[in-house]
Design a protein around this ligand. Structure first.
Ligand code: PLP
Length: 362
């Protein structure tokens, strides 16, 4: 029998007030400037640099484009070592830039790339390492940097989940040759759709800025083989307003994450991602003892109008219609048993209690 509770999805975007949004939109409505690095895009980039203490932030249309532009800016052609435990965009960005993803298995606890397994995958064709801060959980930055230096390889972090995550007190976006993030509606900080690149190299920053704008330089000469990656003023306006509430969004996520954990920690069939310092608590993944338990829980939750998400599933190395088959048993195993429970700012504590009780009862 269907339950009458309102539907609870895995996430809901954090949204500034609609009145503030329409007020901010009055300036592009007046000026007619909707895109092309307009004043709101410049303001968003500047606000993000101040808020997160970044040298620069180059906004783009989405996180997939940010990853592609990072690869393009570094002029990579060859094999890129990455993780199979990610969203498919990590792989599609690599493939669209005519590179080949090589999968390195993950650490079963942090769910990030297993640093001890990277070096054995490096060949003469390796051109970069692209780890993901999975669910906003910082990777082993030091370990990855050591390997990258030893083999003279650039590092692109897929930081799609990681706005608000830190390493040694700094924004995690400051690490790697380039960090690429997503500002999609499902992310902890969102512009509806959006993304961005952060780099400490001025040369790379300028190149990414040209690449996102058809390859134009400041004089409008086409000096790069670019494309159109520009964010619009409308998306930037939403970002500017959402950023004002970001501190409270971060605090709420942490509170709700810890509430779930306190309700579920005693459940013997569950385990949890080992959080590394500086995580942003942006998702609440639970790992079941076996896939059958997960499927049973999904059914009961769905019957009660709760819709969690199997994220990341399947492990990307198994998508043999788009990648060559490669063996990463830890990722394959975890991908079958992991489920992200609803987690967003307006999710009430009583909903978390109800969801946890349903899981514990099963
Ligand atoms: C790990 C990861 N990388 C990249 C992306 C792509 O970001 P976008 O959806 O903004 O293109 C996502 C999106 O969900 C993601 O989860």
């Amino acid at each position: 029998m269907r339950n009458n509770n309102p539907k609870i999805y895995v996430t809901q975007p954090s949204l500034a007030s609609l009145d503030d949004f329409s007020e901010l939109l009055s300036s592009p409505w007046r000026s007619g400037v909707l895109t092309h690095n307009g004043p709101l895009v410049q303001q968003l980039e500047n606000d993000l640099c101040i808020k997160l203490n970044l040298n620069n932030f180059t906004s783009v249309v989405n996180g997939t484009m940010a990853l592609q532009l990072a690869i393009k800016a570094l002029q990579l052609k060859g094999q890129i070592i990455t993780t199979p435990f990610s969203w498919v965009a990590t792989v599609s960005s690599i493939k669209w830039e005519n590179c080949k993803p090589i999968f390195c298995d993950i650490d079963p606890e942090t769910l990030n790339i297993d640093v001890n397994k990277i070096e054995s995958l490096i060949t003469d064709d390796t051109v970069a390492i692209m780890p993901v801060h999975v669910f906003g959980n910082p990777c082993d930055i030091i370990g990855i940097e050591e390997i990258a230096k030893r083999h003279k390889l650039p590092v692109i972090y897929d930081a799609a989940h990681a706005v608000g995550s830190t390493f040694n007190g700094n924004s995690i976006l400051n690490y790697g040759d380039i960090s690429a993030t997503s500002l999609h509606a499902t992310k902890i900080f969102n512009c509806g759709e959006g993304g961005g690149c952060v780099t400490n190299s001025e040369l790379l920053r300028d190149k990414i800025r040209r690449l996102r704008f058809f390859g134009h330089d400041d004089e409008k000469n086409i000096v790069e083989d670019g494309l159109n990656g520009k964010m619009t003023e409308i998306h930037a306006a939403l970002g500017i307003l959402n950023l004002k509430e970001f501190d409270s969004v971060l605090a709420w996520r942490e509170h709700k994450y810890k509430l779930y954990l306190s309700r579920l920690a005693q459940n013997e069939k569950l385990s949890f991602q080992k959080l590394t310092p500086g995580t942003n608590y942006s998702y609440f993944p639970v790992i079941f003892d076996e896939e059958a338990t997960l499927l049973k829980v999904v059914k009961v939750l769905n019957d009660n109008n709760v819709f969690p998400r199997r994220y990341f599933y399947p492990s990307l190395n198994t998508l043999t219609n788009i990648v060559d088959a490669q063996d990463t048993p830890v990722s394959e195993d975890i991908a079958k048993r992991i489920l992200c429970l609803p987690l967003y700012t307006n999710l009430s504590d009583s909903d978390i209690d109800r969801i946890s009780t349903l899981i514990n009862t099963i």
